[in-house]
Design a protein around this ligand. Structure first.
Ligand code: BES
Ligand code: MN
Ligand code: ZN
Length: 499
């Protein structure tokens, strides 16, 4: 789907479907009023008859008649005029995009006038383009039978402004919004793909391909090199798998030679639990256990496309977690890159094991701040459900920046505690630390484990186990893997670039 921008008003556009917004106050802006006049007062008639109230989600589709360069006009409710925010505009665009697709809207021209007046043109362009790009996402590549495939697609949407000056401002926003949307969809693609088609080798190939296209550095650390680097914690997770592990490192230098922001993503391409095997029911969901890796790969790609003036390193330790004959067994002791000894009491607590070496590696690269993203604990979904990501952060300034970035992205977060008392739960009798702290506060003890490898570096840990997928379509979210928190990561880095 392509999004373009045009000035000169909606009636200058040739399209299949025009879209125009009406607020709940029933006042028609000049674009809607002009369409109304060209259709002989059809819109005002609908308002008089009570069919058009302007509430969000309402759509009236009218035949355009002979005087317009379109076949249909969709009059869309926009809600309260003073209730328009970037987030509400993005959400409405997401919902609208699927309504348009369902009605086979064809080539679409959307009059942006109302939203771009309520916000500003660049914000409106960004929000709407992001909402449309995210809302139209679907993962359908493995349907081979025609009748199972989606019926309609939207090939082209034009956002129309009333003047060239306004259109130029919209275009700046659209360019950014499309990048944020497309990179999130890239993460969704990686995470939705089943594990047989998204092995660590394939994740690495996709990262390399993206890096080549965007001119950023990509290094794949193979098993032998990881052994030389003493990444015994990460490698212990790969022991039971026939698939070779791949430790992916991407580097984007948009600000010369300074130290980078590190984004570390958990990349378990399938989590069986290992010898501490998971129950069969819903185990398929664990094909998404590399959502953290997908997020950091997608986010650094966005920063490169945006030419952000910031240095970023994305680190994605990827492996399967399998119960093979050579698998790590409960009670085994392994050594992380930084020398910490770990008693592996439960092989299903593997995410923190790969993150330990991911974070140690980030520190060895001089990271100024570390954000890690992981589908880490089922307990996180119990605590916050599918709405908010739990953030564990050792630095108030970083936390404020994460909150601002999440707010800008429309991805909700909630700070979780890291009190020293929780450390008692991960004390080991035989090693420096053990990889489970029992049932109480399961997400917190997982974060406490990771914190041991972070040291003094400012750090925020995103436990996305609860928000990694959606059960239904709503706004910018679509059923399947969510791509959360790709856009928060991007906004965080953009915020640091601005200083
Ligand atoms: N990948 C899982 C966590 C998970 C569960 C993510 C459900 C998304 C949905 C993780 O590796 C895991 O198995 N965690 C264990 C930790 C426990 C053994 C301490 C868990 O949450 O049960
Ligand atoms: Mn697990
Ligand atoms: Zn896992």
């Amino acid at each position: 789907m392509e999004i373009t921008v045009a000035g000169g008003g909606i009636m200058a556009q040739t399209a299949d479907t025009y879209v125009v917004e009406v607020f709940a106050d029933g006042r028609l802006a000049s674009e809607a009023a002009a369409l109304d006049a060209a259709m002989g007062g059809a819109i005002t008639q609908l308002i008089q008859d009570g069919f058009l109230t302007g509430r969000p989600g309402e759509i009236n589709v009218l035949p355009a008649g002979r005087r317009l360069k379109a076949k249909r006009v969709a009059v869309v409710g926009a809600g309260k005029r003073d209730g328009v925010t970037i987030d509400s505009a993005r959400t409405r665009a997401g919902n609208l995009s699927r309504r348009l697709r369902d009605m086979n809207a064809g080539r679409v021209a959307i009059a942006l006038q109302e939203t771009s007046t309520a916000l500003d043109q660049t914000d409106a362009g960004r929000a709407v383009a992001e909402g449309l790009t995210l809302g139209l996402y679907r993962f359908d590549r493995h349907h081979t039978r025609e009748q199972d495939k989606p019926r309609y697609a939207i090939a082209h949407i034009t956002l129309v402004e009333t003047s060239t000056r306004r259109a130029n401002a919209v275009q700046r926003g659209v360019t950014e919004g499309v990048i944020l949307g497309e990179q999130t969809n890239f993460a969704r693609d990686l995470a939705n793909e089943p594990s047989n088609l998204m092995t660590p080798t394939i994740v690495a190939a996709r990262a390399q391909q993206m890096a080549a296209e965007l001119g950023i550095e990509c290094t794949i650390i193979e098993r032998a090199e990881a052994e030389r680097l003493k990444m015994g914690s990460y490698l212990s997770v790969a022991n039971g798998s026939a698939q070779p592990p791949k430790f992916i490192v991407l580097q984007y230098r948009g600000a010369g030679n300074g130290r980078p922001i590190a984004l570390v993503g958990k990349g378990i391409t399938f989590d069986t639990g290992g010898i501490s095997l998971k129950p069969a029911e819903n185990m398929d969901a664990m094909k998404g256990d590399m959502s953290g890796a997908a997020s950091v790969i997608a986010a650094i790609g966005a920063l490169a496309r945006l030419e952000a003036r910031v240095n970023v390193i994305a680190i994605a330790p990827c492996t399967e977690n399998m119960p093979g004959g050579t698998a790590t067994k409960p009670g085994d002791v392994v050594y992380a890159m930084d020398g910490t000894s770990i008693e592996v009491l439960n092989t299903d607590a593997e995410g923190r094991l790969v993150l330990a070496d991911g974070i140690a590696y980030a520190k060895s690269k001089g990271a100024t701040v570390i954000l890690d993203v992981a589908t880490l604990t089922g307990a996180m979904g119990v605590a916050l459900g599918g709405v908010r990501t739990g953030i564990f952060c050792n630095d108030d300034r970083t936390m404020t920046q994460v909150e601002r970035a999440a707010e800008a992205a429309g991805e909700k977060v909630w700070r979780m505690p890291l009190d020293p008392e929780y450390d008692d739960q991960i004390k080991s009798d035989v090693a420096d630390i053990k990889n489970t702290g029992g049932r109480p506060a399961g997400s917190i003890t997982a974060a406490k484990f990771i914190e041991r490898f972070v040291g003094d570096t400012p750090w925020a840990h995103f436990d996305i186990a609860g928000v990694m997928s959606k059960a239904s379509d709503n706004g910018v979210w679509v059923k399947g893997m969510s791509g959360n928190p790709v856009r928060t990561l991007i906004h965080f880095a953009l915020g640091r670039a601005r200083g």
